[in-house]
Write a protein that binds this ligand. Structure first.
Ligand code: FES
Length: 115
């Protein structure tokens, strides 16, 4: 079931935003080129850093604590296949970001990175 998280206007392009929704602590990322939103757990899977405060470059976010990079399109952490960021299916309707928090998105096959 999709639940309302935030209005799109409060999360600027290229930025992340912390969102508490019930028991869930989430990060909503507003990616560009193309314009889209990604919803993930906020706690970095390494040591619980605040991912919503991380720098976004392209479709990757860098955790502000130890600078691990996560691909928001897959959930993978650069340099390892063992650390996966939980992401949730989301969509935008009438200027609102909605997410299905009932289960994380499936993890795709490991990608190849060159960064
Ligand atoms: S807590 Fe995020 S990289 Fe260590």
């Amino acid at each position: 079931m999709f639940e309302k998280l935030i209005n799109t206007s409060v999360c600027l392009p290229g930025c992340g935003m912390f969102v508490r929704h019930g028991e869930n602590e989430l990060a909503v990322f507003h990616l560009t080129d193309p314009d889209r939103f990604v919803v993930s757990e906020n706690a970095c899977p390494h040591a619980s850093g605040n991912l919503s405060a991380g720098e976004i470059i392209g479709h990757c976010v860098t955790c502000p604590v130890h600078q691990w990079k996560f691909d928001l399109e897959t959930g993978y952490c650069a340099g390892t296949d063992d650390v996966i960021l939980k992401r949730y299916e989301c969509r935008v309707e009438n200027g609102v970001v909605l997410a299905d928090l009932s289960k994380p998105l499936p993890v795709p096959p490991p990608p190849k990175y060159d960064f």
